[in-house]
Design a protein around this ligand. Structure first.
Ligand SMILES: [Zn+2]
Ligand SMILES: [Zn+2]
Length: 129
């Protein structure tokens, strides 16, 4: 992940731990991630397609919690560093360049909890009270 495209944060209730915490948002052409700064819950999104033409608003279906965020990034299509509109839902992640309209669509791929060790043996750690 050496390419730097979108890097921002969004303060909201974490869907996982319920804390009011910063959610770190990172996106490059190959992948997008949302990481909770409180519990480490990470959602990985992978590219679905890219679009240079005009697209309608991507309406998420069955989503409980969609974030609409503005973040600066460098568009790989027009090369301008400027505001991008981010739309992040439970199953999709899109970035759209405000200058030329170039859009990346990502879809939800997997989720992991960063602070849980992934062991082959006992994974069921006791919950802290
Ligand atoms: Zn969390
Ligand atoms: Zn652009």
């Amino acid at each position: 992940m050496s390419e730097r495209f979108i890097f921002t944060r969004h303060h909201t209730n974490c869907y996982h731990c319920g804390e009011d915490a910063d959610q770190i948002i990172k996106a490059v052409s190959a992948q997008a991630q949302v990481i909770c700064s409180a519990c480490g819950a990470t959602r990985i999104f992978i590219p679905r397609f890219e679009n240079t033409g005009t697209v309608g608003v991507c309406t998420p279906i069955g989503c409980y919690n969609v974030w609409n965020i503005e973040a600066d990034g460098r568009c790989k299509n027009c090369g301008v560093t400027g505001p991008h509109d981010l739309t992040i839902g439970c199953s999709h992640f899109t970035t759209r360049c405000r200058n030329c309209g170039y859009t990346h669509f990502y879809r939800f791929n997997l989720e992991y909890i960063g602070q849980c060790p992934v062991g082959e043996e006992e994974v069921s750690a006791p919950r802290a009270p």
